[in-house]
Design a protein around this ligand. Structure first.
Ligand code: HXC
Length: 276
């Protein structure tokens, strides 16, 4: 689908790039010529991923810690600027909201909202100082708009990341920095599914209630991310692209459930001029 050198010469930091969606997008970037930098909390996970990312540069960093983020960015910039940032690192689990401790709330918001802002502002400051062109892509979710029961801290954090994306797209766009977001629907990965989909029937439900009848394929997400990180999307700024097979729309349309309840005979009986 893409020129094999689509991302050649681009140095891209993927937060949480050692596993899950970060790793699968990173693979896509590396295949198209990008030089990868990945960060995460666990060195062994990062080092296991690095070879399949073309020997990615690895930084152990918990993005909840602003000093650790600064130390990492200093180290990265010592060997040259980044051209792109993918805000992928996230934290989430399902819980009844009334049971959440303040530490549970902070654990998720610390990663999703604060951590994403620390990395984005840290990179942005450097890009603006140096007059560099750059692209930021943040992974959000469709419930950044709609909210969602049982994942309230995550919904609050992702809504904030969407607001950050749109705000900075305007503030920094004229100075060469684009910001966009992707809202993926269900793309099963080990880490997320372990925390969010504890029962097999829940996994089946994600597929059954999707208009396309299936979860997303990893390459489908990677391809969209590659496009948005490439110069071919140079005029796309402040946009959030949903890639969910129509999942959230199916829940939204008032009559969407009707198709599942009506047989061919039921529809025929509704037609004007039907036989009396
Ligand atoms: C209630 C919980 C909990 C749970 C943790 N806590 N899990 N409370 N239900 N299932 C509480 C703990 O009891 C503790 O509070 C506080 O949260 C911090 O927990 P720790 O385990 O000490 O924190 P930490 O080790 O830093 O782990 C952070 C985490 C964890 C966010 C809680 O889940 C994590 O590391 N996640 C990273 C990976 C991840 O979540 N990936 C999925 C992203 S998917 P107390 O008060 O007891 O001390 C995504 C989009 C989803 O974001 C879209 C899907 C379609």
């Amino acid at each position: 689908m893409f020129q094999t050198d689509l991302l050649a010469g681009k140095r891209i930091l993927v937060t949480g790039g050692g596993s899950g969606l970060g790793l699968l997008m990173g693979r896509g970037f590396a295949e198209l010529g990008a030089r990868l930098v990945i960060c995460g909390r666990r060195r062994e996970v990062l080092e296991a991923a690095a070879p399949e990312l073309g020997g990615a540069e690895v930084h152990v960093c918990d993005i909840r810690d602003p000093a650790a983020v600064e130390t990492m960015l200093e180290a990265i910039w010592r060997t040259g600027p980044l051209d792109g940032l993918v805000n992928n690192a996230a934290g989430n689990f399902i819980a009844r909201s009334e049971t959440l401790s303040h530490r549970a709330l902070d654990a998720v918001l610390g990663i999703v909202l604060h951590g994403t802002a620390y990395v984005t502002l840290g990179c942005g400051r450097r890009w603006l100082e140096d007059g560099c062109r750059a692209t930021v892509l943040s992974i959000i979710t469709s419930y950044a708009w709609t909210g969602s029961a049982y994942v309230v801290p995550s919904a609050m954090g992702k809504a904030g990341v969407l607001a950050m994306t749109r705000s900075l797209a305007v503030e920094w766009g004229g100075r060469g920095i684009r910001l966009n977001a992707i809202a993926p629907g269900p793309f099963p990965t080990e880490g997320a599914w372990e925390r969010l989909v504890p029962k097999p029937e829940m996994a089946r439900e994600f597929e059954a209630r999707n208009p396309l009848g299936r979860a997303g394929e990893h390459a489908e997400l990677a391809n969209l991310a590659c496009y948005l990180m490439s110069d071919y999307s140079a005029y796309v700024n402040g946009e959030a692209v949903t890639i969910d097979g129509g999942e959230w729309l199916k829940g939204a349309g008032q009559f969407n459930f009707v198709g599942d309840m009506m047989s061919d005979e039921d529809w025929a009986a509704l037609k004007p001029g039907r036989s009396k």
